[in-house]
Design a protein around this ligand. Structure first.
Ligand SMILES: [Zn+2]
Length: 281
């Protein structure tokens, strides 16, 4: 089991993306791909495919309680079925980690894309974590269209059950667990800072601020499915800088390694601005 202190990585699914890596990350150069393949070799599939994990994190709390960050691709009937490898195996991953879903007191949703909201509901449409409040940024709910399948799968049933908790901005969920707005991928995207004592390193759970190691090679590289590229880049650069500053590990949703260093062994190749001259070589 992959674990850093109180933070446990839970793998829901692994699969190939519906676009090639080079389509998903326009503008990445050979040096970026070379560095990415060193940082996360597992992501490079055959014929240019992007192999990605769909991961959640559980954070241990006093008294045997847990906070979950993100809810994976979900059961067979979840909205992610349109493109992601459902059903996910989160129920088995929770059992392996000794986590009873009735002891999950909060589920933080980094954003409302279908591959992060899958296990908000179980097979029968009931809230999968019966005692949890589900915590999402207000701006994320406000930006979600009613026609989006995640509305009926996640927002509507959780609201009806009184389990949807909308927060605004930086939010201290529990001591040592802080939600940080990181907009761009979606309007109300958030990441999670876990501050740990006892010699364990802090962990920054990124959500989709960072979806591929090529964005560690150069955080300026956009992802083709970001709602606002400039905002996403600013959030990514700020989050990585924060992680470096406090010597935190990154907890990633989609890299094939759960915990990665925010820094890198070689300096990034900077994107030339406005036709500027790029680096030699
Ligand atoms: Zn995602």
């Amino acid at each position: 089991m992959d674990q850093q202190g109180q933070v446990v990585a839970l793998l829901d699914a692994t699969g190939s993306f519906f676009e090639t890596a080079r389509t998903a990350f326009p503008g990445a150069e050979e040096a970026d791909w070379a560095r990415a393949s060193l940082l996360d070799p597992g992501a490079a599939g055959p014929e240019g495919t992007w192999v990605l994990d769909f991961r959640c994190f559980a954070i241990a709390r006093p008294g045997g309680r847990w906070v979950l960050v993100d809810a994976g691709v979900g059961p067979a009937a979840s909205p992610a079925a349109a493109w992601a490898p459902v059903p996910g195996r989160l129920p088995a991953a929770l059992a392996e980690a000794g986590i009873d879903r009735a002891r999950v007191e909060a589920v933080v949703l980094t954003h409302l894309h279908e591959d992060h909201a899958g296990w908000t509901s179980g097979a029968a449409g009931e809230p999968y974590f019966p005692a949890a409040r589900y915590v999402v940024q207000r701006a994320e709910v406000a930006a979600l269209e009613r026609a989006d399948p995640v509305w009926d799968w996640t927002v509507a049933p959780l609201r009806a059950a009184g389990q949807l908790h909308e927060v605004e901005g930086t939010h201290r969920l529990f001591p040592g667990i802080t939600l940080l707005p990181t907009p761009g991928h979606t309007p109300g995207h958030q990441s999670v800072l876990v501050e740990q004592g006892d010699g364990a390193r802090d962990v920054l759970v990124t959500g989709d601020v960072l979806v591929h190691a090529v964005q560690l090679a150069d955080p300026a590289i956009p992802y083709s499915h970001e709602r606002d590229r400039a905002a996403a880049r600013a959030s990514r650069e700020a989050l990585l800088a924060r992680a470096v500053e406090r010597n935190a590990l990154l907890g990633t949703a989609h890299l094939t390694r759960a915990f990665v260093e925010p820094g890198q062994d070689a300096p990034p190749v900077r994107r030339p601005l406005d036709g500027g001259v790029g680096p030699a070589g």
